[in-house]
Design a protein. Structure first.
Length: 201
């Protein structure tokens, strides 16, 4: 987490948690009280803390790759290639249903400013899947949540770092001689070295 990042409770937040430009916000009213609530809160905070390390740098890279170091840009290029490769390996019919359900869920929450919503609606690679005839009712399934993590670079990195189900799915998916998860760990180590988070070995 970068210096100056704050964590605060915001009961008006439409989601359980979010990160935006140096601030992590949590809405305890949006956290399900079923099961181990403490574990859910810890996972949510870990997820948003990881965003605090990667999101601002990725946003700069997405805006103009010259705004980050050459090394960071190379790492993000490879991360995006890995994300696109994983997305291309998904069953396309199921992917279409998931993208429509995710898009509808975000619209209903009023978070059309979210990076995932923007990615779906402004990226031809994803918007080609939008189809008003698909039934988008019901809660998002586990498969829908896995697809959510493949829709943009920030959620891809954070999902791989913090979500067990996504880690397991990406550990089963091959990228060359390694799993997608193993390739992510290699790239994330290089990213942490590039921003000074770990020393190069």
């Amino acid at each position: 987490m970068y210096s100056g990042t704050t964590i605060k409770v915001n009961p008006d937040l439409t989601l359980a948690g979010g990160y935006k430009k140096g601030s992590i916000e949590i809405n305890p009213n949006k956290i399900s009280m079923k099961g181990d609530v403490n574990l859910k809160v810890r996972k949510l905070i870990l997820h948003e803390l990881f965003h605090s390390v990667t999101s601002d740098r990725f946003d700069l890279y997405s805006k103009d790759r010259n705004l980050v170091s050459f090394r960071e840009a190379q790492i993000f290029d490879r991360m995006e290639d890995l994300r696109r490769e994983a997305l291309s390996k998904m069953d396309q019919a199921k992917l279409k249903v998931s993208i429509n359900k995710i898009n509808n869920s975000i619209k209903q929450s009023g978070r059309t400013d979210s990076s995932v919503y923007q990615a779906i609606n402004n990226n031809p690679e994803l918007s080609q899947h939008l189809d008003s005839t698909i039934d988008v009712s019901g809660k998002l399934s586990l498969e829908d949540r896995l697809v959510y993590n493949l829709l943009n670079g920030k959620e891809f990195m954070t999902g791989l770092a913090t979500e067990r189900d996504f880690q397991e799915a990406m550990n089963q998916m091959k990228s060359g001689s390694k799993s997608v998860l193993d390739r992510f760990v290699d790239l994330m180590t290089k990213f942490m070295e590039a921003i000074g988070g770990v020393k190069e070995s």
